[in-house]
Design a protein around this ligand. Sequence first.
Ligand code: TXA
Ligand code: MG
Length: 336
Amino acid sequence: MQTKILQPNQEAIQYASRLLQEGELVGMPTETVYGLAANALDVQAVKKIFQAKGRPQDNPLIVHISRLDMLDQLVAKIPPVAKRLSERYWPGPLTMIFPRSEKVPLQVTAGLDTVAVRFPSHLVAQELISDSGLPLAAPSANLSGRPSPTTALHVYQDMNGKIPLILDGGECKVGVESTVVAVKGEDAKLLRPGGVTPEMLRECCGKLEIDDAVYHQLKEGEKAASPGMKYKHYSPKADVIILEGTLEQFKEYLARRKAKGAYALVFDGEEKDLNFPYLTYGATQEEQARELFAALRELDHRGAKTIYARCPEKTGVGLAVYNRLVRAAGFTILKL
Ligand code: TXA
Ligand code: MG
């Protein structure tokens, strides 16, 4: 199959809508990362998503909507906290887990009795959902385990020959996947950190619990509240080692570590006197989120074998960057 990349003009959106209505997959830009979209109510189309990504069958998908009233056909109940969160942060990088309506196929939810729903703010995503008239199931459009795509070219690298079309909506503004929260009554539980930070969530909920899996590796046999959190994820081909400590300690450590294919992954402005092959990404937390996945792909491209990474902050959007990087590192963190 030939994979086309098209600018998202009206004609391209109509073409994409037709493909979706016929049960095909489309690479779709969103403000977080690119999604691999299919009609969420078409079991055969949803199966194609799992095939194209090589995704484990027990990892459920997020359903994307472009109007609040689309929620009614997808969920059995809307708790008060979800209403408040949706008023404040939708459209935007927030996914909520609801009790599933029977209309949503079990292939989407991987057999769970809950369904994840998101209202993206990217206009191309909204137009595609509205024009096709379909709720769209869409995981990140990477091969399973690889860093998520933040440009159309990244999607092409992973999906060339597997899907008919990618809509090029430019570089993703947030750059890490949406915040995922389970909602119940007045309270919420953070399952995956993202662009809507814990600080922002707290403004709209009673209690906010942070799931253990946000920071730590699940223990043998432990059940994941969000199945996606249990896999090694977002990984470049190289081994990633996170070094927790000051920049001075980081430099001292590297001085003893010169080897072929070893790279330092540092924040913009930290490259001075490094004396080590390096790549920088992002000075602020927001920039780090936007640039992390592209940096991991770039290090692959350069043939990196080992990546020594500075440790991101664990506050604000930094927590999302930390969460993705520790997974890319398979939880290898060295305290200096
Ligand atoms: O920003 C995003 O959320 C992107 C764009 C394309 O919208 N999508 C995305 O999808 O990141 P994916 O499939 O890569 O990640 C979905 C995450 C997984 O960790 C999955 O386990 C979790 O959401 N999830 C989905 N449905 C769930 C459910 N019913 N209960 C708990 N976790 C769920
Ligand atoms: Mg993903």
